[in-house]
Design a binder for this molecule. Structure first.
Ligand code: ATP
Ligand code: MG
Length: 562
């Protein structure tokens, strides 16, 4: 056993409660929804501020939307940018476009014109589906890019009138965002397409067809378009679904607050929820009190989230009075989960919160800590079924033994077809024998659990040493007053790199720079110890909650050049 293990360090270790392989025939993605509609026709598929849609109704509206879209002259293979927050129409649009043979392009609804234009241009989209309240942004981009088809919808379509004042988005719609006149803007209305699509043929889909273009978070540079086929996303939904070993199909309730426009929300909330025949509880924005009220009212059992969400909920005073006991299984991904946050959230909810890992290029989920079996804090857990992982030397690419630090490589049926229109980047990321280079530095512990150390691009090289910013950040989190931290390397004119530290303290609590520095020096043993800390109210994070160290570096450089 040991020999085999050492000679093949990527030998797969699995959670004993979950099968190592699924033996699953890939299907076109809409089959997920079709199967749920057949098995759980009357169960609630979507709950949105008191309004519900059954699986049968959701499937029927999705089919009608697909036919309505084809009725406008839409051709299979055309790209459709969906610019919607988590609302019922985003699920209908996603599966409807796929049923019509189109390629879904998911856009982040809090984009500025530049980010949105980049996706329309880069994907060569012919169609945009957007909330009418985003019309200024959409029409600004349309004036330049001339995509032929624009489909608007609004929040009212699926919201009971008594609930209409509930959240910020709607307030914005009512305060000043003139709802555009469909005729003047030559737009189609979503509901008209649903109403028009009573009959007509739908194209036959193949699991190998291109399905979705997702954009990476753009944490380390410009966001890259990632093309997934139906098969990879269908399989990733089931690989992840298997992790919820004791889920009761047809009876779970998934809190969907991570945007479906990100691979994580798309798979872990929407597609996995549908594979479970669960009720998707939709929230278009993350606002702590709104989330807490929703948990109390809708009683979700599963809550996929990102670390800043759990951290924010932990910080709410009297959080226990909301009664969060419905939550059973919570999965954290996209960024490191501090142990303090994990334990704090488990204390207030009595749920199990485990850390997982993934990347857009892999559908995204590849690893997770067991929900029932042994978990290891500070690790991303074990590879999910049918997923191989190995660690290779950063310079030579040779396989490394357990414990050694190198780049994490992944192989499995959930990998992307490639970057959209970018064969050079694809060739860099995918090896000839099907491994994905993640760009993350990691190690595999002797028991097969993986630990992410740092992104390759964010490692700081200081003299002969490698400094991993995350080591210092984690030490800072241990300080009772520090609630967020960032460590970056700033290039100096002399070619060296300076380590700079940022910290956020709990509101109303103060601590001196000297005290935190002394605390840090006690905990980390580094050749270069930073001698300054900048305290901030907040740190720059992306819409999905990732720390944007790049922004801090840019800010420091521009400040210091002046
Ligand atoms: P870009 O590739 O555009 O720079 P990105 O890599 O942040 O952005 P995503 O695909 O959304 O875009 O994120 C995947 C990355 O998120 C992983 O490569 C890894 O660096 C990080 N990540 C995900 N889960 C975890 C985790 N549990 N712990 C640490 N890092 C994680
Ligand atoms: Mg990336």
């Amino acid at each position: 056993m040991t020999d085999l293990f050492t000679s093949r360090p990527w030998l797969r270790h699995y959670d004993p409660g979950v099968p190592a392989t699924l033996d699953l025939k890939p299907e076109p993605l809409p089959v997920l929804l079709q199967q749920a509609a057949e098995r759980f026709a009357d169960a609630t598929a979507i709950a949105f501020y008191g309004r519900t849609l059954s699986y049968a109704r959701l499937w029927a509206e999705t089919n009608r939307f697909a036919r309505g879209l084809l009725g406008t002259g839409f051709q299979p293979g055309e790209r459709v940018v969906i610019l919607l927050p988590n609302i019922p129409q985003s699920v209908i649009a996603y599966f409807g476009v796929l049923l019509a043979g189109g390629i879904v392009v998911l856009a982040n609804p809090i984009f500025d014109a530049e980010g949105f234009a980049h996706e329309v241009r880069d994907s060569g989209a012919t169609t945009v589906i957007a909330l009418s309240m985003f019309h200024r942004l959409v029409e600004q981009v349309r004036a330049e890019l001339h995509f032929p088809r624009l489909i608007y919808t609004n929040l009212k379509e699926y919201l009971p009138s008594s609930q209409r004042l509930l959240f910020t988005l709607l307030r914005q719609e009512q305060e000043g965002h003139r709802v555009p006149d469909a005729q003047a803007s030559q737009a189609l209305w979503f509901q008209h397409l649903v109403a028009a699509g009573q009959d007509g043929e739908l194209p036959t889909l193949d699991a190998g067809d291109p399905a979705v273009i997702l954009y990476t978070s753009g944490t380390t540079g410009a966001a890259k378009g990632v093309l997934h086929r139906h098969a990879s996303l269908y399989i990733n939904a089931y690989q992840t679904r298997m992790w919820y070993a004791d889920a009761e199909e047809g009876n779970e309730r998934v809190l969907c607050v991570i945007p479906f426009s990100h691979a994580y929300g798309m798979t872990a909330c929407m597609n996995v929820g549908i594979a479970l025949g669960a009720t998707l509880i939709l929230l278009p924005t993350f606002e702590t009190h709104n989330v807490l009220h929703t948990i109390r009212r809708e009683r979700p059992t599963i809550f996929p989230g990102v670390p800043p969400m759990y951290a924010a909920l932990n910080e709410v005073r009297e959080v226990r009075k909301y009664g969060l006991s419905s939550l059973k299984s919570c999965l954290s991904g996209a960024a490191p989960l501090p142990v303090e946050v994990q334990e704090g959230f488990e204390r207030i909810t009595r749920s199990r919160l485990v850390e997982g890992y993934g990347l857009t290029e892999a559908g995204p989920v590849t690893h997770a800590n067991p929900l029932r079996g042994a978990r290891r804090a500070g690790t991303i857990g074990l590879p999910i079924p049918d997923t191989e992982a190995r660690i290779v030397d950063l310079e030579t690419g040779q396989d490394l033994p357990p414990g050694a630090i190198g780049e994490l490589l992944i192989r499995g049926p959930q990998l992307m077809a490639g970057y959209w229109n970018n064969p050079e980047a694809t060739a860099e990321a995918l090896t000839a024998d099907g491994w994905l280079r993640t760009g993350d530095i990691a190690r595999m512990l002797p028991d097969g659990y993986f630990q992410i150390i740092e992104r390759k691009k964010e490692m700081i090289i200081a003299g002969n040493y490698n400094i991993y910013p995350r080591d210092l950040e984690e030490a800072l989190y241990e300080h009772p007053t520090v609630i967020d931290a960032a460590v970056v390397g700033v290039p100096l004119p002399n070619g060296k790199t300076e380590v700079r530290v940022f910290a956020v303290t709990r509101p109303g609590e103060r601590v001196s720079e000297a005290e935190v520095l002394a605390f840090l020096r006690e905990r980390v043993n580094l050749p270069v110890v930073p001698d300054k800390i900048e305290f901030r109210e907040a740190l720059p994070r992306s819409f999905i909650g990732k720390l944007l160290r790049r922004r801090l570096v840019e800010e420091l450089l521009s400040r210091e050049q002046r």
